[in-house]
Write a protein that binds this ligand. Structure first.
Ligand SMILES: [Zn+2]
Length: 293
């Protein structure tokens, strides 16, 4: 009996020291900020606490540069979570100057494998989150990362994560059974390549260059030709890119321009039951894509 008790005490001590051995030894709450609204949304959903985004929702995440006041939110954060260091390399440069680079967590690099990444013109396309299965990998990585840093709320984080994943699964299933599968879609921005690959949707166009210069006259006539050749009824873009060029393309191609597609702006008003604004954004995109086909 005494021997049993002794073994119990020893093993309890062992378990306890195992706990203490985790990274967060002094139990101080580790804090996070995100560079984009989508990443902030996912961390907020998992932790159940509002996480700030350096780039305010509604601004172009490729080019936005925060003011000194906006950047000040990183001062109190232990980690800055970014979708991809190359999404906005000027901002990444600024963050590296302000923080230790180990405190910048690049989700594409750490949560995805090279097979998950699409290469366009020798450059890795950073918009991996338009694929729901990539988002599942991101959020799984985030769950484990957050638990490793703040293990006392592990149970809550896992519960929140499971609800999020169940909703994501449901949305994924509805897309895979929808009329979008196997269709052709003409888009103005290369963010949708991941979405297209996942659901066997042929993504055509993406005329806007990665450095966001306006397309040349030659590129415009190419996209007009593509729209005519593909015989599509509509082409899609986002209001982040207001451009007279889209009007020209609409006029000369005869296809209707649908501007409500969003790859990085979260809806302001909640129209769905989901807690995650990212999932709502994707649901709205699905609805808009269906309207245009
Ligand atoms: Zn983009």
């Amino acid at each position: 009996m005494i021997k049993k008790k002794f073994i119990f005490i020893i093993s309890s001590l062992f378990i306890l020291s195992g706990c203490l051995d985790s990274e967060n030894k002094n139990n101080k709450e580790i804090t996070f900020v995100a560079s984009t609204a989508i990443v902030a949304d996912i961390i907020s959903v998992i932790t159940g606490k509002k996480i700030n985004s350096i780039i305010p929702n509604g601004f172009d995440s490729h080019t936005y540069m925060p003011s000194a006041k906006e950047l000040a939110i990183i001062d109190d954060a232990d980690y800055i979570i970014v979708p991809d260091e190359n999404l906005n390399s000027s901002l990444t440069g600024l963050l590296k100057l302000s923080k230790n680079k180990n405190q910048i967590i690049d989700l594409n690099k750490l949560a995805l494998s090279t097979d998950d990444i699409i290469i366009n013109n020798k450059n890795a396309n950073p918009h991996t989150w338009t694929s729901l299965s990539n988002m599942r990998k991101w959020s799984n990585f985030l769950l484990n990362f957050i638990i490793k840093k703040n293990n006392k709320d592990e149970k809550i984080y896992k519960e929140n994560y499971n609800i999020f994943i169940a909703e994501l699964d449901k949305l994924e299933e509805s897309i895979s059974k929808s009329s979008l599968v196997g269709k052709k879609i003409v888009v103005y921005h290369d963010a949708w390549d991941y979405f297209g690959k996942e659901y066997n949707i042929n993504i055509i166009g993406a005329i806007q260059a990665r450095n966001f210069v306006e397309p040349t006259a030659k590129e415009i006539s190419l996209i007009i030709k593509q729209i005519k050749d593909e015989n599509v009824k509509s082409f899609f873009g986002s209001e982040v890119y207001p451009s007279d060029i889209l009007d020209i393309i609409e006029r000369d191609s005869g296809a209707k321009y649908i501007s409500e597609l969003s790859d990085d702006i979260l809806p302001k008003n909640s129209n769905f039951k989901s807690k995650s604004l990212y999932l709502e954004m994707m649901q709205m995109n699905i609805n808009n894509l269906k309207k245009g086909l």
